[in-house]
Each structure stands twice: as structure tokens, then as C-alpha cells.
Design a protein around this ligand. Structure first.
Ligand SMILES: O=C(CO)[C@@H](O)[C@H](O)CF
Length: 534
């Protein structure tokens, strides 16, 4: 079918809380967009924020694999009811929450290859998974496996040099190693291990889809220089892992035709191509059309900062991933686990659950918040590795509560962004006079929050018309991958509007927040020392 003028492209984002889908035309304009919210639309799975926190196993966080399958059944029917003509879709790509792992049991490939178009996917795949529910990125129960991986290659610095990151609890390698150690029978009966991204691609492909280099960089298993698995790390995690993972591919690979299941059930053209799916942050980098020098700030379930890198660097905090658009480039990522769910907690406790009241409270307090600074970590934070709430007054005494709700609200938002700036500077992000912060994710629609982001980074903040940059990135990748022999990515996306300026920093911002960043560093050093001596 190729890139013909009336072609459309389907992009999906399987994020933590929902599955989102968008159909764009040949000019990448949105024709249809819809979503399936896991908690509300699939209540039978009893998730909160799309995940399940295991009560009897601290730090274990999972998500029902079959819920994701059922969400795909639902979202395609929602698109069909919206009037989408699937026969025009020339290519499909997607992205998904990173690091989560899906374990396909013995015989599941055969099931994928022989799906009955008269039935729902979830009816046919209910027995396909050897491990379910799936461990997801919010899990932090694999510290033992992290230390093992670092030790086997000669330490965290060496692991970061090979895979782009020191070992992190949420990364797929430590997660797989834990399954192999604690559930050896399930591990040995596993035919294929997918990331959440390649799992979703497998459904469309009707076969096991390969892991792409960019999302594969979030596993502590892929050598980001050779773009191949590191055998020492594979063997340390589990026997036969190379075969279970399959060969990783470039993120803009055409991985094959759509499964006949979708042709017969939904009317897709058999010429529709499936493009490799990738991680949600990589999808956002594509959707934001990030330029060198820009800093992307994604404000979602997790918050993340990322930049384009022309070459890798070795860091002990943060991550270097293979670039999803340019096979010779990279991207830097800093991830903060306590994002929107923490903001919603304080919205509910301090602002009666109303964003309007939240914003009024935020705007009623001065920059610097009378010297108060707060850190709010509902779940084990990644950067810094701390958990719990910590509130400090202007004398830097830790206190149990603030005197007013408006101080609490500002302490949350300033604390989240001061932490981001401190860790970004430690990583080597250059925040200078020409820096643009490009905001995306749900909270990027909140101008009051973006004003604090602008002040803390002393940089102007821009936002895209569409907050769902990861989903849009998937649609752009679908078209780009089909057309990359004729046009480069900039040419493909030139028709799109540039990010719009939302706010600029106040003149006093740099003075206020430069000192808050110093204070933040001292607070977390003290807190980490206290935690390590416990
Ligand atoms: O863990 C993360 C990145 O390393 C998060 O951004 C997840 O991808 C969110 F789904």
C-alpha cells in the first residue's frame, strides 16, 4: 500500500493508566482519537492507576496482562464505532510503558498465528501467558538482582558503560532474573519474553514481535554500542534468554504485515505494515520532534526529562537509550516515579480534589514558598532512592505538616521541579539562555504548574497542541518508517505546528531556585545517610 495520498496511520500508546489510539491522515492531522482507561473501563481487573500493588509483597507492582489484551479489543471497536475506515491504514506503530515484561507460554506463538477473527483476542489468549500479571516499571523489588548484575560485569559504572544505565529495580533484566530465580518452572515454560511495547506489536503481527533498540535500552541487557544483547548479562539472568528475547531491531523497522485476524475482523488491508513499537519516552521524543538543545519534560504517571544525545555518555544517575529515530544517535532520560498520582493525592487532600482550587492555591503563594521545601514520594522514588513525605520549613527543620494548604501545594510542585533540575544538572543537561523546555503529558495542560517549571529551570516552557506526544510519536513513526527511503523525518513532519510558548520565568526566579537546588542536594544527602544507617 505504501505512503499513498489517502493513506492513514494508526498510533497507539499503552501507558500505565490507559491505552490510547490515534488515526492520522497523510499530513499527520488527527482524524480520530480515543482511549480505554484501565481502572474505569475494565473494573473487573481491580487496578488502581492501571496497576496492582501486592499487599503481602512490598515494592511488588504488577498489571494484569490480559487487561492490556482486552483493552486492545475495546479500543479497536471504539475506533470502528467512530467510523474509522481501517482499510486506509497503511502502517501501525506504537509505544508503551517501559521495562514491563510479558511472558508468553509454550504454544502461545501457535495461538498468535492462528487467531479466530470471530472471537475477541482476550478470549483466545487467556491461557497464553506463563507469568501473569506482568511486572511493571513501578516495581522496586529486585535490588538483589540489581547488585548481582552490577557485580557480574565489574560494577555499576561498567554496567552503565555497556547498557546505558547502572542496574535499576524496574529494568527488565533484574525483573527477568527475579522470575527465573523465584519461579523457575514458569520461566522454563516461557517461549518468548516481550517488553510491553513488543507485546502490543505481537498482537498486531500475529507472531512474536522483536524488541526495538530504544526500549531494549531500558533492560540492563542490551549493549547500546553493538545493539545486541550482552551474553554475560543474559546468562546471569536466566538460561536460554537470548532465544526467549529474539533479535532486537532498529526502532523504525518494518517488522511485517498485519495479522490476517485484523484484516478479517476489522477490515484492515492485508498490505498494512507493522512498524516496531518502542518505549513511551522514546515515543514522546518522536512526537515532540525534539531538537538538540531542547529539554523535554513529560508530566505523566511518571515524570521524565529527556534530551537528544549525539553520542552516549556513562552516568550513574539516569539513563542513555538508543535513539528511536536515528540509529547512530542516543537519548538521555531521567525518570521520576512519583508524578501525577502524587499530584492527585495532594490535589485531593489540599484542594478538595479540584485542579481549579489547586491552581488558585499554587498561585496564591510566592516563588520560594516562604522558604518551605517539600519532597513527596508515595512509592519508592528512583531519583533520589527515597520513599515517604519530607517537609522542611525556612529554617530547614523537618516538620510534620505545613501551616496552610497553599504552602503544601507549592511545596509539592516546587519540590518536584527542584529535584528535576538538580538531577538534570548532575547528568550534564545544559540549562542555558537558549534552552527551551518542551512540556508534554497530562499535566502539561496545567499552565499554573508549567509556570513553576519555567521559574525553577529559569527557561521558557513550550507545549505541543496535543498532550499525548508518545501516542502521536507512534503515528509519526508509522509514516516515517514507510517513507524513510524517500523522505527524512523532518520532511515528513514539516507540516506540523511548532510547540507554542506557554510561559517565561519571572526575573527573580534564578536567584530563588538556584539556592533551593543547593538546599535540595543537602536534604537528600542527609536523608540518604539516615536511610543507609537504619
Ligand atoms: O520507567 C520509566 C522510564 O524509565 C517510565 O517513564 C515508564 O516508561 C512510564 F510508563
Amino acid at each position: 500500500m505504501g505512503a499513498v495520498s489517502n493513506a492513514t496511520y494508526l498510533g497507539l500508546d499503552l501507558s500505565t493508566q490507559q491505552l490510547k489510539a490515534v488515526v492520522v491522515d497523510n499530513d499527520l492531522a488527527v482524524l480520530h482519537e480515543t482511549s480505554v482507561q484501565f481502572d474505569n473501563d475494565l473494573p473487573e481487573f481491580r487496578t488502581y492507576g492501571g496497576v496492582i500493588h501486592k499487599k503481602d509483597e512490598p515494592h511488588v507492582v504488577v498489571a494484569p496482562t490480559l487487561m492490556w489484551v482486552k483493552a486492545l479489543d475495546m479500543i479497536l471497536d471504539k475506533l470502528r464505532v467512530c467510523g474509522v475506515d481501517f482499510s486506509k491504514v497503511a502502517a501501525i506503530s506504537g509505544c508503551a510503558q517501559q521495562h514491563g515484561t510479558v511472558y508468553w507460554g509454550k504454544g502461545s506463538r501457535n495461538q498468535l498465528q492462528r487467531l479466530d477473527p470471530a472471537k475477541f483476542l482476550h478470549e483466545q489468549l487467556v491461557t497464553s501467558f506463563s507469568v501473569s500479571p506482568s511486572p511493571v516499571w513501578m516495581d522496586s523489588s529486585t535490588t538483589k538482582e540489581c547488585r548481582m548484575l552490577e557485580e557480574i560485569v565489574g560494577g555499576p559504572q561498567k554496567l552503565a558503560e555497556i547498557t546505558g544505565s547502572r542496574a535499576y529495580e524496574r529494568f527488565s533484566g533484574p525483573q527477568i532474573a527475579k522470575i527465573a530465580r523465584t519461579r523457575p518452572e514458569a520461566f522454563s515454560s516461557t517461549e518468548r519474553i516481550s517488553l510491553v511495547s513488543s507485546f502490543l506489536a505481537s498482537l498486531f503481527l500475529g507472531d512474536f514481535a522483536p524488541i526495538d533498540w530504544s526500549d531494549g535500552s531500558g533492560m540492563n541487557l542490551l549493549n547500546i554500542h553493538t545493539k545486541d544483547w550482552d551474553d554475560v548479562l543474559l546468562e546471569a539472568c536466566g538460561l536460554g534468554l537470548r532465544e526467549k528475547l529474539g533479535k532486537p531491531v532498529s526502532s523504525s523497522s518494518d517488522i511485517g504485515p498485519i495479522s490476517s485476524y485484523f484484516v478479517e475482523r476489522f477490515g484492515f488491508d492485508e498490505a498494512c505494515r507493522i512498524i516496531a513499537f518502542t518505549g513511551d519516552n522514546s515515543g514522546s521524543l518522536i512526537g515532540m520532534r525534539l531538537k538538540e538543545g531542547d529539554v523535554a519534560c513529560s508530566l505523566g504517571t511518571s515524570d521524565s526529562l529527556f534530551i537528544w544525545l549525539n553520542k552516549p555518555k556513562i552516568v550513574l544517575e539516569g539513563h542513555v537509550f538508543c535513539n528511536p529515530l536515528d540509529d547512530d544517535a542516543y537519548m538521555a532520560l531521567l525518570c521520576f516515579k512519583n508524578g501525577s498520582l502524587t499530584r492527585e493525592r495532594i490535589r485531593d487532600s489540599a484542594a478538595q480534589g479540584s485542579w481549579q482550587i489547586f491552581n488558585e492555591l499554587l498561585e496564591s503563594t510566592p516563588r520560594g514558598n516562604f522558604g518551605n521545601l517539600g519532597l513527596y514520594f508515595d512509592v519508592q522514588e528512583i531519583l533520589p532512592f527515597l520513599i515517604g513525605d519530607r517537609r522542611f520549613n525556612k529554617a530547614n527543620d523537618e516538620i510534620s505538616r505545613y501551616s496552610s494548604k497553599e504552602v503544601e501545594v507549592r511545596a509539592l510542585i516546587e519540590g518536584q521541579f527542584v529535584a528535576k533540575r538538580a538531577h538534570a544538572e548532575d547528568f550534564g543537561f545544559v540549562i542555558g539562555p537558549n534552552t527551551r523546555i518542551i512540556a508534554t503529558g497530562g499535566a502539561s495542560a496545567n499552565k499554573s504548574i508549567l509556570q513553576v517549571l519555567s521559574d525553577v529551570f529559569n527557561s521558557p516552557v513550550y507545549a505541543l497542541e496535543l498532550a499525548n506526544s508518545a501516542m502521536m510519536g507512534a503515528a509519526y513513526q508509522a509514516k516515517y518508517a514507510l517513507s524513510q527511503n524517500e523522505s527524512n523525518f523532518d520532511e515528513i513532519t514539516r507540516c506540523l505546528p511548532e510547540p507554542a510558548l506557554v510561559c517565561r520565568p519571572y526575573h527573580d526566579a534564578e536567584t530563588i531556585y538556584k539556592s533551593l537546588v543547593v538546599r535540595y542536594r543537602k536534604i537528600i544527602e542527609t536523608a540518604k545517610n539516615k536511610t543507609s544507617t537504619k
